[in-house]
Design a protein around this ligand. Structure first.
Ligand code: DGJ
Length: 730
């Protein structure tokens, strides 16, 4: 059993294959966090919680004579507010009488087999996994609030998912002002925090910082998870490397405003609190009502960052994304965006598709500009009706023509947006998020629709269904091209305006769910100006997300590597684009562009009709290579073969089969140098004693030689050379 309640010691033990999570109810009902780490061999880890009387750390009334037991110091499961824990609160709540205190005490527990979904929110799916769930109910009897803490233990996956439910059991209204999904107190250790920040066209850059007595906040208030701060943090030993050290991961499965706070306190303990961003959040809980938070995916390993990444890759591939995508090969696509931008006709798209189909491309995706009045990015959003002037014969003819080429057809939408210059806005200005009596803040000359309004959801569902019903479309690219501001819904009363940002996200999730239910064969690729909404929430609906609007292969090395800490390659939308690149002006060999794009879902984003015969032949080869390695790339273990000393010179990464039967190593040189040092690539994930031959050569190496000695390679000539090496066990 993965969850044990030991009555004699009053401890809860949550056991995964390689970790143990423990908590204990103390003598006055405070739920203490005992431990999270390697399995304890059935030890009550509360022996580590010592009583220390720290000045200015007060005591709950029952403990007034016991000064060593301050909730300002004790490690807890879920902190209350206003009653003496001065570290980060997990909850902020205001009672009808204005009181802002909440003192949560243990009430009861329940253990259930399996895992319940969270209504309206994406959550980690249970398939045939060994999962059980612990539900601990805490209460504040004074204000009449129950807080249920959900822990689902995925034993074999080394993952614990968490979320929190708030139930107003009083007869008066309660106002939630902060409602964290999960909290983790780690009592001891010297930690680094790692998070992934960036900007449009440079998402998810790893930032590693030593924690000091301080609070670090990773957050977004853009209405989306954002290019700027991904909702994922890692806590690791100062000395942790790819292959060594304690690491904790906390990932929020949410696509809206998020906040992950990390505090090191006066005693050197570390607290992580993760959930919806409390800025611009407020939720009215009437008597009897309840509120569920998004889910957090928590993991621990003692084996370094690489192992932590593998844990997240597995759970996302197998239990966050719809598992059907695990065993179905996804099509290699060509997207017309960087080939034509808004300037295309049906004939041009058919020409691109036709040339691409001859090379082995399997799907044509028509990007922005096919609908309404949309010749640039200033108008048309919201009018999801085909522009017959551009697309003579409409989408049904176009999809038919593309079908005749043996290709699938995909289409771009940006459902949550509207331009002022659109029929939709002229008819329904009240459907946009706009403050009363104030000009809205504009971005890309567009406004954001009020997804919290069911009428807006219905309108979008009907428009999209109408398009899907009248053409042969198997894929949607779902874009989102601005941050949200002026978060005011004309559809909700004043007292509920603090709910709009979260209701917006719920509205988007609901629309996605409805479409996928109605069109089970449809695949949706997420996108938000590239990777502005690259999170586990969107991955629940979209098995792949366009990773960045930066298609430069050399910049993508950094973006895709940062992304790889939390997310699997099978989720990373990556295409070969033109050279010189449209974002950086850099020229990169076609071969190297292919190597980088293959570490993703793979496709093309250029005008193939303009390619020379030699280039076309190379594309054909690239496609054959990608198809050959498809399952190894999608399902193999991903290794960052980082060599800190040479990181600015080259990057190397590897896909190794889980059964260790083969490995594909990719090397891209970022900086060619005269008289360069030999590059030594130390492989991982091989069988030490087995022999591996290097494909297309007569060279044979033992797994141990490749892993501990390394493979020596000398590539340094020209701009951005690269290589792929395939090792196969004999
Ligand atoms: C942003 C996306 O990331 C691009 O790929 C493209 O679809 C444009 N939007 C279209 O407006």
């Amino acid at each position: 059993m993965a969850i044990i309640f030991d009555e004699s010691r009053e401890i809860f033990r949550l056991l995964t294959a390689n970790s143990e999570y423990q908590m204990k109810v103390d003598d006055i009902g405070v739920l203490l966090h005992n431990y999270y780490g390697r399995p304890s061999c059935d030890t009550d880890m509360s022996y580590q919680i010592l009583s220390v009387d720290r000045g200015f750390s007060g005591n709950l009334f029952e403990n007034r004579a016991n000064r060593g037991r301050s909730i300002d110091v004790l490690p807890q499961e879920y902190s209350g507010c206003g009653v003496g824990d001065y570290r980060i609160s997990s909850i902020n709540v205001t009672a009808k009488n204005g009181s802002r205190s909440c003192d949560l005490r243990y009430k009861s527990y329940e253990i259930i087999e399996g895992k319940q979904p969270i209504a309206g929110l994406p959550s980690v799916r249970e398939y045939d996994d060994d999962v059980s769930t612990l539900i601990i109910t805490m209460e504040d009897q004074v204000i009449g609030l129950e807080v249920q803490l959900f822990y689902s233990v995925f034993t074999d996956k080394d993952v614990i998912t968490r979320h929190t439910r708030f139930i107003n059991v009083s007869d008066k209204k309660l106002q939630l002002e902060k409602a964290a999904s999960a909290m983790l107190d780690v009592q001891f250790g010297s930690w680094d925090e790692i998070h992934f920040s960036g900007r449009h066209c440079m998402e998810r850059q790893m930032s590693r910082n030593k924690l000091t007595q301080d609070i670090k906040v990773i957050s977004s208030k853009r209405g989306m998870s954002s290019h700027h701060e991904n909702p994922f943090v890692i806590l690791c030993d100062h000395g942790a490397t790819e292959t060594y050290g304690d690491c904790y991961g906390m990932m929020l499965m949410y696509s809206g405003n998020h906040k992950i706070e990390i505090e090191q306190d006066q005693a050197g303990s570390t607290r992580i609190v993760a959930g919806i961003n409390d800025e611009n959040f407020s939720w009215c809980l009437e008597a009897g009502e309840s509120f569920d938070t998004p889910e957090a995916i928590m993991a621990y390993t003692s084996e370094g960052l690489e192992k932590l990444s593998h844990i997240y890759h597995n759970i996302i591939r197998e239990n966050v994304c719809d598992r059907k995508y695990m065993d179905v090969k996804r099509p290699i696509l060509i997207n017309n965006w960087e080939a034509t931008y808004f300037d295309f006709t049906a004939e041009k798209i058919i020409d691109i598709a036709s040339a691409a189909s001859e090379l082995g491309v399997e799907m044509m995706v028509l990007d922005d500009g096919w609908f309404g009045k949309r010749d640039d990015d200033n108008s048309g959003l919201g009018d999801w009706f085909v522009n017959e002037k551009k697309l003579n014969g409409g989408l049904s003819r176009l999809s038919e023509e593309i079908g005749k080429l043996g290709m699938k057809f995909g289409l771009w939408f940006e459902p949550e947006m509207v331009n002022e210059d659109s029929k939709l806005f002229r008819e329904h200005p009240e459907w946009a998020l706009v403050d009363p009596d104030r000009h809205p803040t504009m971005a890309r000359n567009q406004l954001v629709l009020d997804m919290s309004n069911p009428k807006v959801q219905d309108y979008l569902f009907n428009c999209i269904s109408n398009i899907l019903d009248n053409a042969n479309i198997s894929y949607i690219k779902w874009d989102f091209n601005r941050s949200i501001s002026n978060v005011f819904s004309k559809n909700l009363p004043n007292k509920k305006q603090g709910e709009v940002a979260h209701r917006f996200v719920l509205g988007t999730y609901s629309l996605l769910e409805r479409l996928l239910d109605a069109y089970p064969g449809l695949m949706i690729e997420g996108c938000s100006g590239g990777g502005g909404r690259f999170d586990a929430g969107m991955l629940y609906y979209c098995p792949q997300i366009w990773c960045s609007d930066d298609t430069d292969a050399i910049e993508r090395l950094e973006i895709q590597e940062g992304t790889s800490f939390g997310y699997p390659v099978s989720a990373v939308g990556s295409h070969v684009s033109a050279s010189p690149n449209h974002q950086t002006g850099r020229s990169t060999p076609l071969y190297t562009r292919g190597v980088v794009a293959m570490s993703g879902t793979f496709g093309y984003e250029l005008d193939v009709t303009k390619m020379s015969d030699e280039e076309k032949a190379e594309v054909k080869e690239q496609i054959a290579t990608f198809n050959k390695y498809y399952w190894l790339i999608q399902k193999g273990d991903y290794y960052r073969l980082v060599n800190e000393e040479q990181a600015e010179i080259y990057k190397a990464w590897e896909f190794a089969a889980v059964d260790k039967s083969e490995a594909l190593v990719n090397i891209v040189v970022k900086k060619s140098q005269a008289n360069a040092k030999i590059k030594i690539i130390k492989l991982r994930g091989l069988e030490e004693g087995a022999l591996y031959s290097l494909e297309d050569t007569d060279k044979v190496f033992s797994g141990a030689a490749l892993m501990y000695g390394g493979f020596a390679i000398n590539i340094a000539m020209g701009d951005y050379p690269s290589a792929q090496l395939h090792f196969v066990r004999q």
